[in-house]
Write a protein that binds this ligand. Structure first.
Ligand code: FMN
Length: 450
């Protein structure tokens, strides 16, 4: 199985400073032409998929420096992701299209319908990034007074995902003969109403869409708490992980894959993608120069605000060149990411300033930098070392970073036999080597006896 390459396709980029770089696109807010070009660049590079993170609210109004300067995970001016991917489906042929939708502030019927539509529109290239919502403030846009607590969020997510999958199985694959001669549009024996009644949801079904070309569009998940890992092991096809070091990544890889057997799943039915910022140059010096240029575009208050946001604690009160404090669970924000940032800073003895610089690219995921050989060596180490099955790549600056990665690193990975030279399959599932799920209500005789 070749390495999986996913493009983190936020048009503002992934590094806090990058939108200001002279080679970055002008006016990136809700810019369709940029999104089209980025999708076509990634497809020309044979990437498996485009990935759009998302939230349902404007963030960081309480962090004025960061708010005014924007930040990749802020995304105050972006498209609703499934709407955007529907447009991108029309100008691409092979690349997978993965959008984020929340199980906390959405409804299973609406999500099942949206992703079934995207899968039909793209002819089998859709994926749903299932999140339980990281930004507490999003709750206020959905008639809640506060964020739903983690345990409840994950309980709801598990029920939600089961319903979505059930709805995708509403119709047998051959339920719509649409035969003009006989007058039979659909076969009434080939529909199943879910009639789900659970703790959080009651959904009658069936879905008003034929079964998606992939059977089930892919499900991605991104939580790294205990509950998040269980959900991934039981339900997800892919994980977007943020780790920071190869040791942490190897542990997470073994941990999550080790939980799958109890759900009757094989380890290779779940692909783990490591969130990685890649800064590649013709030479190592060129890559270092770009990193310096990006850091220089982030004033100190913006960097501190960004670190505060990532660890869930106000950092401006701590000495800039003093050691990163060992924030305990009480001070860390609601996500597992903050914990891993503090662990990394303590393990490496970083100061507050050094820590914020480390988290500027892609939320403190890995940073691989250097020339093409150096970057490919790192990717090979991680991939062969069972730290991941592939990478969720952010390549500052958009789009020149992605173009350079494709020109310099992709051929090196191909030369090593690590990455494809042509798309193997027609659907995202096929390209990722994931089987098309049987319809649980309309099983073939072979599947029933298996
Ligand atoms: C790598 C990564 C990416 C994430 N992307 C999103 C996102 O795009 N939108 C969102 O609302 N939450 C996102 N989340 C948050 C998760 O869905 C989850 O709600 C949060 O991490 C809290 O759960 P945890 O403690 O299990 O990590 C992401 C989390 C991680 C680790």
């Amino acid at each position: 199985m070749p390495m999986i390459l996913a493009a983190n396709a936020n048009a503002q980029g992934s590094h806090v400073g990058e939108w200001r770089h002279p080679t970055a696109w002008d006016k990136p807010a809700s810019n369709l032409e940029n999104a089209v070009r980025l999708a076509q660049i990634a497809e020309a590079g044979k990437f498996d998929l485009l990935f759009l993170a998302d939230g349902n609210g404007v963030r960081n109004l309480d962090k004025p420096d960061l708010f005014a300067a924007t930040a990749p995970s802020d995304r105050p001016g972006i498209f609703e992701p499934v709407t955007l991917l529907s447009a991108l489906a029309m100008v691409t042929k092979h690349i997978g299209l993965v959008a984020t939708a929340t199980t906390t502030y959405d409804e299973p019927f609406a999500v099942a319908r949206r992703f079934a539509s995207l899968d039909h529109i793209s002819k089998g290239r859709a994926g749903w990034n299932l999140v339980t919502t990281s930004n507490a403030g999003d709750a206020l846009n959905f008639s809640h007074e506060a964020h739903v607590g983690r345990d409840d969020r994950y309980e709801r997510a598990a029920e939600f995902a089961g319903i979505v999958k059930g709805l995708w199985d509403s119709w047998a694959d051959d339920a719509f003969p649409q035969d003009k001669a006989t007058g039979q549009y659909l076969d009434p024996k080939k529909v199943h109403a879910l009639n789900h009644k659970g703790k959080h949801f009651s959904v009658a079904g069936p879905l008003n869409a034929p079964r998606p070309p992939q059977g089930h569009p892919l499900i991605f998940s991104a939580g790294q708490s205990e509950a998040g890992k269980e959900l991934s092991a039981s339900t997800a096809d892919c994980i977007f992980a943020i780790e920071g070091t190869i040791d942490i990544a190897q542990k997470l890889y073994a941990d999550v894959k080790g939980r799958m057997a109890k759900y009757g799943r094989q380890p290779d039915e779940l692909k783990i993608l490591s969130g990685t910022t890649i800064i590649v140059g013709e030479t190592e010096e060129e890559a270092d120069r770009l990193i310096q240029e990006l850091e220089d575009l982030v004033p100190i208050p913006v960097g501190l605000d960004y670190l505060s946001k990532m660890v869930g604690t106000k950092m401006s009160g701590y000495p800039l060149d003093g050691p990163m404090p060992a924030l305990d669970a009480e001070h860390l924000g609601p996500t597992a990411i903050g914990k891993s940032i503090v662990a990394m800073a303590l393990a490496e003895g970083l100061t507050v300033r050094e820590t914020y610089k480390r988290v500027l690219p892609q939320m403190a995921g890995n940073l691989f930098k250097g020339n093409a050989i150096q970057v490919a060596d790192k990717m090979e180490d991680w991939y062969r070392g069972q730290a991941c099955d592939g990478f969720m790549i952010a390549a500052p600056v958009v789009p020149t970073g992605m173009e350079r990665f494709i020109r310099l690193v992709v051929p090196e990975l191909q030369r090593r036999g690590l990455f494809r030279t042509e798309y193997e399959g027609r659907t995202l599932r096929e390209n990722l080597g994931l089987a098309r799920p049987e319809n649980r209500f309309f099983m073939t005789p072979e599947a029933k006896s298996a």
